[in-house]
Design a protein around this ligand. Sequence first.
Ligand SMILES: C[S@@+](CC[C@H](N)C(=O)[O-])C[C@H]1O[C@@H](n2cnc3c(N)ncnc32)[C@H](O)[C@@H]1O
Length: 385
Amino acid sequence: MAALPIPTSLQAEHSHVLAALIRQKIDQSGGWIPFAEFMHMALYTLRLGYYSGGAQKFGLAGDFVTAPEISPLFAQTLARQYAQLEAAWILAPRADILELGAGTGKMAVDLLQELQVLGALPERYFVLEVSDHLRHIQRETCEKNLPAELFAKLIWLETLPEKFNGLILGNEVLDAIPTHVLHKTARGWCERGVSFEDGFVWQDAPLSLPGLAENLPENLPEGYITEVCPAASGLVRSLAESLQTGAILLIDYGFSAQEYYHPQRNQGTLMCHFQHYAHDNPLIYVGLQDITAHVDFTQITLAGEAHGISLAGYVTQAQFLMNCGILDILAQHSPDSPQFMQLAAAAQKYLSPAEMGQLFKVIAFTKNMNEPLIGFAQGDKSHTL
Ligand SMILES: C[S@@+](CC[C@H](N)C(=O)[O-])C[C@H]1O[C@@H](n2cnc3c(N)ncnc32)[C@H](O)[C@@H]1O
């Protein structure tokens, strides 16, 4: 197995500056901060955090690859789901798309281009992105790749609209939301946070928020480590309150609570990516590496249903893309055409259970809409919430 790459001196310098800020925060907080706060600073500190700094993150020259970055086939397939909704909204005054955490902007480009072909363009395409740096990249990507009439549909928002009609979409956003880490000890649940000795170290303390452990199963063994992400529920609650008529579609890797909090998954799900090397130590390379946690889709469902949106489907990514017709889209290309091999390789990555097909799930909620969504027409019953 390849070794963890070593940062350049410039990268190390950048990381030291951010580490000093985090250390200062730890000192000001009495020597300990919750992991969620550490993760928030590591990813989103202005100009220094992983997502807020200037380094390339996505693609071969970055640290990891997401589905929209692999191929336009992903957005082209999602476009079928939007087109179905758009047809159902024929009487609505206007239907918009709102993309959360739009990465490089590639999905916005591919989706708008495909929706133009399908004759199902939204009135407006909003983007809500927490990173100033990525907002800048998104604008550049969209301006460069879209004709003026499509680019004109894009609006970058600072906050969620108070009232939104249409489709809210987020690919790999929930996994990037800062999470708390809990540790079961002989005294019950503690919170694993971060202190500083020679470097950042894990340290247990009493729970920083009341109720953090209240939904965890009682039978988990001593020594068990896991994550709980109230901020993800908070985001879903805000989306639910903003949505008036329409749907929310969230795509990410994760499980139902039953699988997530399985006694054997006893070391949690934190993962870091640095130059395509995946490992599980978020306390190093601060600001240089991505930090993620798998999503507890049961928690997401409970948060949504408690705030007025209804679960409309939960299936594997493979099932969702098949239901939306990914193979039909592929079949529109001649097997002899230069694109076919690339698209077929991408489809294999999206659908294969050994790659993204099984671990990634798609969850949808609707409000004031009864139309069954095509992406969930056939369910995979082994993936229930
Ligand atoms: C792993 S990247 C995925 C990017 C893109 N969706 C893709 O699939 O390539 C996570 C993205 O979510 C953004 N993000 C994280 N928390 C967010 C939030 N609360 N609201 C909006 N965007 C958020 C990050 O800045 C980043 O753009």
